[in-house]
Design a binder for this molecule. Structure first.
Ligand code: 5GP
Length: 220
C-alpha cells in the first residue's frame, strides 16, 4: 500500500513578531527536500536585507491590482495599509510535485484558503506572552512606533480568530517550535482522509481474492 504523493498545503499564521519567519527559515533549511515555501506578492516596501523574489515579490499597487484582475492570486488581503497575496501557479506546481507547501499568511488569507481547499492545515504561532510579543516587535528595530502600534492592534483582532485554526504553536524555544511544526505537518500524511486512493486500491485488490479457492489451493 503506498500513500498518494500530493503534498499537504499548510497555512502558518501568527501575531507579527511571534517568530513565524524564523521557524519557517529553520524548517526549510533542515528539510529542504520536503517543503516549499510560497513567496507572496506585496505592496509593502522591502525592509533592509530583503530581496525581491526571496522574502516577497515587491509590487506597486498598480502591478498588484493587475495580478488580481488576471486571477493570478489564490488569495489576497490588505494588511496594515498594504496588499499581500499568494501567487497561484507556484503553489499548484509544488503540491503536484509532492512537496508540502507552506503559506505564511495572515488570518483573512488563511480563511480564504481553507474555504477554497478544505483539506488545508491551519497552524497558528504565538509568542509565550503578550509582553514578549511586544518586546520582539520593538527589538526587531525595523518598524516605526506607528507601525508597531498598528501591528499590536491587529494582533488583538487576530487573537479573536485563533479558534478557526487546527494547531497552536507557542514559540518559546525556536528549535522546539521547528520540530513541532514539522511533526504536525508530517502526521497529516497518515490521516485516513488523505489516503483514500490507497485504501480504495487495497480494497479492490482484496475483493479480487474472493471466490478464488482454486488459486489459493494452488499457492499453498
Ligand atoms: P510582514 O509585512 O511582516 O512581512 O507581513 C505582514 C503580515 O502579512 C504577516 O502576518 C504575514 O504572514 C502576512 N502575509 C504575508 N504574505 C501574505 C499573503 O500572501 N497573503 C496574506 N493574506 N497575508 C500575507
Amino acid at each position: 500500500m503506498t500513500r498518494k504523493s500530493r503534498g499537504i498545503l499548510t497555512v502558518v499564521s501568527g501575531f507579527s513578531g511571534a517568530g513565524k519567519g524564523s521557524i519557517m527559515k529553520e524548517l526549510l533549511s533542515s528539510y529542504a527536500e520536503r517543503y516549499a515555501l510560497s513567496v507572496s506578492a506585496t505592496t509593502r516596501k522591502p525592509r533592509p536585507g530583503e530581496t525581491d523574489g526571496v522574502e516577497y515579490f515587491f509590487k506597486t499597487r498598480e502591478e498588484f491590482e493587475q495580478m488580481i484582475a488576471e486571477d493570478e492570486l489564490i488569495e489576497y488581503t490588505e494588511y496594515v495599509g498594504n496588499y499581500y497575496g499568494t501567487p497561484k501557479s507556484y503553489v499548484e506546481k509544488q503540491l503536484n510535485d509532492g512537496k508540502d507547501v507552506i503559506l505564511e499568511i495572515e488570518i483573512h488569507g488563511a480563511l480564504q484558503i481553507k474555504e477554497k481547499f478544505s483539506d488545508t492545515l491551519l497552524l497558528f504561532v504565538t509568542a509565550p506572552t503578550a509582553e514578549e510579543l511586544k518586546h520582539r516587535l520593538i527589538g526587531r528595530g525595523t518598524e516605526s512606533v506607528e507601525v508597531i502600534e498598528s501591528r499590536l492592534e491587529r494582533a488583538v483582532e487576530e487573537s479573536e480568530g485563533i479558534e478557526a485554526y487546527d494547531y497552536l504553536v507557542i514559540n518559546d524555544v525556536l528549535c522546539e517550535s521547528v520540530d513541532e511544526v514539522h511533526h504536525i505537518i508530517q502526521n497529516e500524511h497518515y490521516k485516513v482522509s488523505r489516503n483514500l486512493e490507497a485504501i480504495y486500491e487495497m480494497r479492490s485488490q482484496l475483493k479480487g481474492f474472493a471466490h478464488q479457492t482454486d488459486v489459493l489451493k494452488g499457492e499453498l
